[in-house]
Design a protein around this ligand. Structure first.
Ligand code: NAD
Ligand code: THR
Length: 341
């Protein structure tokens, strides 16, 4: 099979590998569509993420879908020919977090496209059937692959406790922000405001149904929030990782509101006005990856509540993976994808 591992920062070395054989509880998926995530671009540009480095060739890509072509002997809920999406993290199933259902916090999780666990920029993936989900005919493989970033949005919206009639501020109109905005609306939000610093992304947020798009280069977000929502929003979701944006998100909720931090800012220091957070009794919550979200993500696409296809700017074939990563890093691109065909 064809695979395109990253061998060092900036270099993919496409190669031919042996097609994997699924274990008894696994299925073999012929991959058709894979999204390029910001974390893939980070690995590509830097060859490392924090203290983890690419020391062996690493296949990137963890937003994937395709067709089942083989099933292990113990698998009875998938059949050859099923259209499926693959959840990229396989937790241990035994630790305290796994046992209480919060398997996104499993310290032993094997997550695609991190050192030791190859991702999906390859023709075939053998994966535990438990983390492979059937797609209805109304959901394309391209959309199915995007169940992964939708899952990040579903988890964030659940963490935010968004309910009917709520006002929600989403910071960032990248894939996570745009999809989280759709999910918040589906959860019942009456008002959704999206903030970004790129014109085309603000336009895209409005075209997808945001009630308000705030350009934080020109507008003070706190003032805009007070103008529009009085004391503040019910929930604010941070999906940029930019320190000023994190500050604004902590400032956006009104009394008893919630701020959910999704964006990653590994080395940043962010000033926090704890007095204000206490006075307004704001819940500040982290949101890490996702757990038990794939069925919800699939039904949100099928119902039309989440426009997954609408975030995609381009799809290139695997042999153009270097070009695709170059384009994916451009500021006005929301989502690039690789097609394996
Ligand atoms: N917690 C998790 O499990 C998890 C999962 C996936 C992604 N992430 C993180 O979430 C964040 C969003 O992911 P993404 O893939 O959408 O990233 P992205 O970089 O594609 O999108 C971020 C958006 O924020 C905008 N932005 C940058 N600075 C801003 C500012 N000061 N004010 C307003 N907008 C600003 C950018 O223009 C861009 O549209 C990233 O930090 C990513 O690492 C976290
Ligand atoms: C959750 C996933 O999308 C994220 N990029 C991660 O690696 O954690």
């Amino acid at each position: 099979m064809r695979a395109a591992p990253l061998v060092e920062a900036g270099t993919f070395e496409p190669e031919t590998r042996e097609r994997p054989t699924p274990g008894p509880s696994e299925v073999l998926v012929e991959v058709s569509d894979v999204g390029i995530c910001g974390s893939d671009v980070h690995w590509y540009e830097h060859g490392r993420m924090g203290d983890r480095a690419v020391e062996e060739p690493l296949v990137l890509g963890h937003e994937s879908a395709g067709t089942v072509v083989e099933v292990g002997a113990a698998v009875d809920d998938h059949a050859v020919g099923d259209a499926v999406t693959i959840e990229p993290g396989v937790p241990c199933g035994e630790c305290e977090h796994c046992r209480r259902g919060a398997y996104n916090l499993c310290p032993a999780v094997e997550f695609m496209a991190t050192p030791g666990t190859d991702g999906a920029f390859r023709e075939y993936v053998a994966w535990p059937a438990e983390y492979v989900y059937g797609l209805p005919a109304s959901v394309s493989a391209r959309e199915g692959a995007l169940c992964e970033p939708i899952s990040v949005g579903v988890h964030a919206v659940r963490r935010a406790g968004v309910g009917m009639g709520d006002s929600v501020l989403v910071m960032g109109a990248g894939p996570i922000g745009l999809l989280a905005a759709d999910v918040a609306r589906a959860a019942g939000a009456a008002d959704v405001a999206v903030v970004d610093v790129v014109d085309s992304k603000l336009d895209r947020a409005l075209n997808r149904g945001a009630d308000l798009a705030i350009d934080s280069r020109e507008t003070d977000v706190a003032a805009a929030v007070r103008d529009e929502f009085g004391a503040g929003v019910d929930a604010a979701i941070e999906a940029t990782g930019a320190p000023p944006a994190i500050e604004a998100v902590l400032d956006a909720p009104g009394p008893d509101g919630t701020a959910v931090l999704v964006g990653l800012a590994p080395d940043a220091e962010v000033p926090v006005d704890t007095f204000e957070l206490v006075r307004r009794q704001v819940d500040v919550r982290g949101s890490y990856r996702f757990a038990n979200t794939y069925p919800t993500a699939i039904s949100l696409i099928a119902s039309g509540d989440v426009d997954a296809a609408g975030i995609v700017d381009f799809e290139l074939s695997l042999d153009r993976i270097g070009d695709a990563f170059g384009r994916a890093a451009e500021p006005d691109v929301v989502k690039g994808m690789i097609s394996m065909g």
